[in-house]
Design a binder for this molecule. Structure first.
Ligand code: BES
Ligand code: ZN
Length: 634
């Protein structure tokens, strides 16, 4: 069979006619395959099985007990709802790995049992829960408990925390993991307010993406109220040995005691960021803005849970060099939390606008040099992804039907989205674009929109007003085509041009490492220097850099990431014990994924990766475990 195939390939190679026929056939098959895929409806959320168009949930009342021993949340959720269609007979909720204990309906003020059916689970979406809805019911209650393998929860042992004495629990609901700890209509098209009671061991404190009582007595019973309606992916809770310290009038930090002061110092500019963002983009809608610092296994840099962003401790560098993360999560209070993507295909609306705002906030607080440097680094991240990702993943509006929405995650929705907005800004001027964005946030406040609704809005509010500068055709190219459109703005930094020069001179041997004036370099300059070194360096060059600048011992986790990647690609053994510690201590996917990928590219690296991963895996979040399993033990 193999021989036959290879003969056939040789035949095709040598015969032009046959080659033409074959390529014609292939493109015909491709066209047929596209035609056979049902047309995508931008208004449908393909990642939820719920029925909000029939019954729309409007408020949740949660009462949950937290058991660290069983690694389980158990209790109930009550739904208020509106009927959107006649003769609706059921409320359909999303669930994943939940045990449903009972369902009841409130009719004429009295609770009565009602029927329910948990469907067989769909791999990507989980299991639909159908709850019978009596004609006169005005509330539905579901009693349930979670599974220890719930994808949206991470249960940490005391050893995995800063204090090492007490356990920790946190949720991560975006994109579709809320359904693994609450049965609900898990789609960003539905917004609910909520009330909650969390029952915890008495020595721990619970917090939520809601109104918190900062120094509430540790009673083991915590009450929360969330007056603003939010999509399900923003429901969040955490339980741990937490303390609170204010930073400003509206901002503060929740963290374990041993890292609280360092976090408060690192993020001291949060209040200023909040004030300046309001000035440019309109009032902050959420009351307070606090930060919760999580243990290092948190799989993301940050998560914009309203009123209380969840933040990785890996950005506490001691010099505010990585605080663009805070600007980013804060910016989501406008783009994402107030104006929300309608489906996960539209994630770029959340992340692209937020990334654009992040750069602007960083410029307002730290000046243009930093703005330029961060823009260039972001642009390079994008170029890296564009070089590697298959074309369908390079579109802003990305078809994720039948896939886990996490599969669409890359720099594309972030940096390509931001670049599109930067292009509009460049063409119509900053003042006009700022005014437009402020209006956009006001017009869509507390609602969700699809890419197509965004295009329609831009058509009337921007393109019609600036027909010479903008065209729908150009915007559609950005959204529906792969790659970075030709003529797109390319960020520049003068500081980085100097770094390019130094790097070239050092590589050619005309500049000694001891003559590199790196004492004044910022973290960004270091990242740019390292990220743009050639793939292969000599052992002597590696040793030279390491001896001169102590890179293996750097305290900055981003610099460490860049250096360790270089170390792996050059099999530079002196860095491997730091690498091992790094992979065991940090669970943030963005920092560890590239390291594992680089390791498994060589046989000896793979052996190392598998050995380290065996000890590191139990400390990783379920989402990070999934990603690393696929890389290390495919
Ligand atoms: N909302 C995202 C995290 C997210 C996106 C979780 C999609 C699940 C699905 C958050 O705001 C984010 O973008 N975090 C980044 C921060 C960075 C871009 C500054 C991260 O975690 O790396
Ligand atoms: Zn984000």
């Amino acid at each position: 069979m193999l021989r036959l195939t290879s003969r056939f390939i040789i035949l095709i190679r040598e015969n032009t006619m046959l080659r033409l026929i074959c390529s014609g056939l292939l493109s015909l098959i491709a066209t047929l395959a596209v035609a056979a895929t049902p047309k995508l409806d931008p208004s449908i959320d393909y990642h939820s099985q719920a029925n909000p168009h029939e019954v729309l949930t409007t408020h949740l009342t949660l009462d949950l007990s937290v058991s660290f021993k069983k690694q389980e949340l158990s209790g109930s959720v009550i739904f208020d709802f509106e009927r959107k269609a006649d003769k609706v007979s059921e409320l359909v909720l999303d669930t994943r790995d939940l045990t449903i204990v009972a369902a009841s309906a409130r009719v004429d003020g009295k609770w009565q049992k009602t029927g329910f059916k948990l469907e067989a689970p769909h791999t990507a979406l989980g299991a639909a829960l159908r709850v019978a809805l009596p004609a006169k019911a005005d509330q539905i209650k579901v009693q349930y408990r979670t599974s220890p393998k719930a994808s949206g929860l991470q249960w940490l042992t005391p050893e995995q925390t800063a204090g090492k004495k007490l356990p920790f629990l946190f949720t991560q609901a975006q994109a579709i993991h809320a359904r693994s700890f609450i049965p609900l209509q898990d789609t960003p098209q539905v917004r609910t307010t909520y009330d909650a009671i969390l029952r915890t061991p008495k020595n721990l404190r619970a917090v939520m993406s809601a109104e918190n009582t900062p120094n509430a007595d540790k009673t083991g019973e915590y009450r929360f109220h969330m007056p603003q309606a939010i999509p399900s992916y923003l429901i969040a809770l955490a339980v741990g040995d937490l303390e609170f310290k204010a930073m400003g009038a509206r901002t503060g930090v929740y963290a374990e005691a041993s890292i609280l002061d360092a976090a408060v110092a690192e993020f001291a500019d949060t209040e200023a960021m909040l004030e300046i963002t309001e000035k440019v983009y309109g009032p902050y809608s959420w009351g307070r803005y606090d930060l919760l610092i999580l243990p290092p296994s948190f799989p993301f840099g940050g998560m914009e849970n309203p009123r209380l962003s969840f933040i990785t401790p890996t950005v506490i560098a001691g010099d505010k060099s990585l605080v663009s993360l805070i600007a980013h999560e804060l910016a989501h209070s406008w783009s994402g939390n107030t104006v929300t993507n309608a489906t996960w295909r539209d994630l770029w609306l959340n992340e692209g606008h937020t990334t654009y705002l992040t750069y602007r906030i960083m410029e307002l607080i730290y000046g243009q040099k930093r703005f330029n440097m961060e823009s260039v680094l972001g642009y390079q991240d994008l170029q890296g992804d564009i070089a590697e990702l298959p074309a369908p993943y390079q579109l802003l509006a990305i078809d994720l039907r039948d896939k886990d929405p996490d599969d669409g995650f890359s720099n594309v929705p972030y940096e390509k989205g931001a670049l599109l907005l930067t292009e509009i800004e460049t063409k119509i001027g900053r003042a006009a674009f700022d005014a437009y964005l402020k209006q956009y946030f006001a017009d869509f406040a507390f609602s969700s929109l699809s890419t197509e609704a965004w295009l329609a809005y831009v058509d009337t509010h921007l393109v019609a007003k600036h027909p010479e500068q903008l065209s729908m055709q150009r915007l559609e190219q950005w959204i529906y085509q792969a790659g970075i459109p030709e003529g797109a703005p390319a960020p520049k930094s003068n500081a980085f041009s100097d770094i390019d020069q130094v790097r070239t001179q050092w590589l050619s041997g005309s500049l000694k490492s001891s003559d590199i004036k790196a004492a004044g370099w910022t973290v960004h300059e270091w990242l740019y220097f390292l990220n743009n070194l050639p793939a292969q360096l000599t052992e002597a060059q590696m040793l030279d850099l390491d001896t001169q600048f102590k890179l293996t011992g750097t305290g900055n986790n981003e610099i460490a990431h860049s250096w360790l990647l270089i170390a792996i690609n050059n099999n530079y053994q002196p860095a491997y014990s730091r690498l091992e510690n790094y992979l065991i201590q940090i669970g943030r996917r963005k920092l560890i994924t590239p390291l594992y990928k680089a390791l498994v590219a060589t046989p000896s690296g793979k052996v190392f990766a598998q050995r380290v991963y065996t000890s590191a895996r139990p400390g990783y979040h379920p989402l990070a475990q999934g990603t690393m399993d696929a890389i290390v033990n495919p």
